[in-house]
Every structure is written in C-alpha cells, then in structure tokens.
Design a protein around this ligand. Sequence first.
Ligand SMILES: Cc1cc2nc3c(=O)[nH]c(=O)nc-3n(C[C@H](O)[C@H](O)[C@H](O)COP(=O)(O)OP(=O)(O)OC[C@H]3O[C@@H](n4cnc5c(N)ncnc54)[C@H](O)[C@@H]3O)c2cc1C
Length: 410
Amino acid sequence: MSRQRYDVLVVGAGHGGAQLAIALRQAKYEGSIALVGDEPELPYERPPLSKDYLAGEKEFERLLIRPLGFWSERDVALLPGKRVVAVDPAAHEVGCEDGSRFDYGKLVWAAGGVPRRLSCVGGDLPGVHTVRTRADVDRMRDELATVERVAVIGGGYIGLEAAAILAKAGKKVAVFEALDRVLARVAGEALSRFYEEEHRAHGVDVRLGAMVDCIEETGGRASGVRLADGSVTPCEMIVVGIGIVPAVGPLLAAGARGGNGVAVDAQCRTTLPDIFAIGDCALHSNPFADGAQVRLESVQNANDQANVVAKVIAGAETAYDAVPWFWSNQYDLKLQTVGLSIGHDAAIVRGDPAARTFSVIYLKRGRVIALDCVNAIKDYVQGRRLVMERLEVAPDRLADTSVPLKEMLP
Ligand SMILES: Cc1cc2nc3c(=O)[nH]c(=O)nc-3n(C[C@H](O)[C@H](O)[C@H](O)COP(=O)(O)OP(=O)(O)OC[C@H]3O[C@@H](n4cnc5c(N)ncnc54)[C@H](O)[C@@H]3O)c2cc1C
C-alpha cells in the first residue's frame, strides 16, 4: 500500500509548527506540507492558557493562530490527534501511535515538551493539574466553581500567572517554591523580590524554601500539600508548574544527538539527515548566551527558529541569531524581557519598584546583556539595541531615569 508522502512533514502543531508552515508558504514554497499534532485542535496560542483563557475572559476561538480556512487555502494538511512515536531517518518515514505512517522529504520536529510531574506520593491524584494544553485548562476551569483553596507548586512564570488569575477570581492561593526566591531560574533577585511582594499584596501566601513531601488525599482526590517540615496546607486544587521535559524521545531513539532537548546547529538541523528541530525542544547554541547550549521556552524562539528553517528549506542562506524576548502578565503588571540574563555579574535597578514601573538591567563584564521591564515599555523598546549590540554603559547612567535609554546608544 502506498503511504502518503509530504515534502515537509512537521511534527507538532503548536507555535513553531504552525509558523513553519506559514513561513514556507510566505516564501512561495510549493511543496506539500503537513502538520501532524497529537492535540485535537487547530494550532492555537499557548500563553493565554495561564492568563485570560484560564480567567475565562477569552474564548478558545480567539486563541487560534489562524482560522481553519487559512490552512486549506494554503494547502497545508492538518493531521490532528496523531502522535508520532517512531522516526526512521534512513527510510524518511515516521510512524504514529494509531499505526498510520508517513513518508517525508524533510522532517521538522516541533513537539515542544510535556509538563514535569510531581514525583512524590499523590502527585497524580485527581485535582492535581498542569498547564500546557487547552485540555489541561478546560479541566481546571470545570473544577474551579467548587474550589476555594488552590496550592500552586512552582514559582516560575506559569505558576505565578496562574496564581494571579486565581487570586483575582477570589480563590485563596498559596505558592510553594523550593528555592529561596520565585523566578530564580529566569530573573535576578530584584525582580523576584518585587513579584513576591506583589503576590503577597494580593493575598497570595508565598512560601519559599518549601520542599513538597507529598500530596494528601481525601476520598480519592488531592486535598492538601504536605511539606518536608510536616506542615499541611489544605486545598481543593493543585497547580503544578515545575518546568517541562522536552518531547524528543522518538528522535533520540532514532540516533539524534541530544539529551535535554535535541541538539541543532545554527540552521536548526539535527544530526540526522533532513531532520530539523525548532522551539522548546531545540537545544541550540545561542549568541545571546555567549554561545552556550540552551533551550528557550518562548513564542519568540519557536517563531524565529521556524522562520530560519522555512528559509533554509526554501533555499536561502540564514542562521538563527534572533534576540530573545518574552513577556508575562500578572495582575496589572506587564513584564517584558529582552536578552538572556543567565551569567550576569551585575543587575542595575532603573526606576522605583514601589512605583510599579521599573526595569532591571543585567550586565556581564560591563556590557548590557538583558533587561526585565515592568510596566516600562519605553525601556523595553529602547533597551533592545543595548542588548543587541552588547553596549558598555556605566551603571550610574543606566540607573538614571532622567536619561532615556535611547540616549545611551552610540
Ligand atoms: C501556560 C503557558 C504560558 C506561556 N506563556 C508564555 C508567554 O507569556 N510568553 C512566551 O513567549 N511564551 C510563553 N509560553 C511558552 C510558549 O507557549 C512556548 O515556548 C511555545 O508554545 C513553544 O512552541 P513549540 O512549537 O516549541 O511547542 P508547542 O507550542 O508546545 O507545540 C508542540 C505541539 O506538539 C505536540 N506534540 C508533542 N509530541 C508530539 C508527537 N510525538 N507527535 C505529535 N505531536 C506532538 C504537542 O502536543 C503540541 O501540540 C507559555 C507556555 C505555556 C504552557
């Protein structure tokens, strides 16, 4: 029996996968394209899941990256509800969980990651939720009416955004963070302390250095969080935001180099022939991290890597060197970040956190490598070039809010 063959087969119909197909058609690529995805929906935006979609303020249709007609008009085949479980690089073929198989010319792996689960006793009880897919959030929303107390495990962006929405909805929220500050993996101390205080001011019980021992159970459901110190916080819902595990199993099994993600070069090629990887699962050398191997979990990275691969497949020369940026909305605070603060050796606070509009500017060996801007859009826009050009600016000038950042450009 002849199998369906696509010139470009994309595994994962999320941000990266959708953008790849969009960019290929924009580049006038005429080959056949298919998006295989294990979720049932059309490609949709993930950031609102922990923000206005969780709050019930945005309909799912408004999350769609493009409406249904867009894909058919551009002859992009959507193959939803299919999970790729095997890749045969020599035969240029993939196999799905449901037994279907497809041949490809080029394979683009854009499978993102799966939320890391709690490994402790009770970590998989009903009432314990992760926030990665529409289905995850629909399950939470279905339960919320009967929930008064929520425990959020993990003080990263997703946990804190969910905490903000749930606190605003009138729930009694506690956040448990194992480290001694929230956002420790992604931001400097000044930003962490600011967000801690904001959450406390909104009634959220922020617990730092909190080691979860197990999830308590009552009547077959999660009913509380027990910490290593023996204390128990009762709740009806638990939200776990402790990171993702990159979804790269079939690629690594097929021999691709990787570990924490699949290793790619500057054109997002894996070590397997005709196989690219983009987005959350792509382990790449990033010029904004001094060339260190990183995985970035952001819409910017997924989209920009998709654009690179689309150009390469369409025959152009290019390399991934986009400046990283990210945003997070909590309460009325709009955080915008540019650059990567990993490895900074100084952090300058510009503006007054108490006034709820300020930026933290990160330096490495005297050069600007990143900015976190809270309700400070001008700093974000003007600071971008400081990061892109890694400019050297004296700390006292950076801290001086009477001088716009654009005046510090050469
Ligand atoms: C709740 C939440 C809030 C976020 N907020 C922000 C934000 O404010 N700003 C920001 O920049 N980023 C944010 N992000 C991160 C951003 O959404 C991701 O970085 C982005 O979605 C990555 O795109 P991707 O294509 O790599 O993966 P995804 O968008 O996750 O798409 C991967 C798709 O592949 C599917 N898949 C996995 N394995 C297989 C398989 N074997 N076969 C078929 N399909 C498979 C997955 O189910 C999924 O549909 C947020 C993420 C979440 C979860």
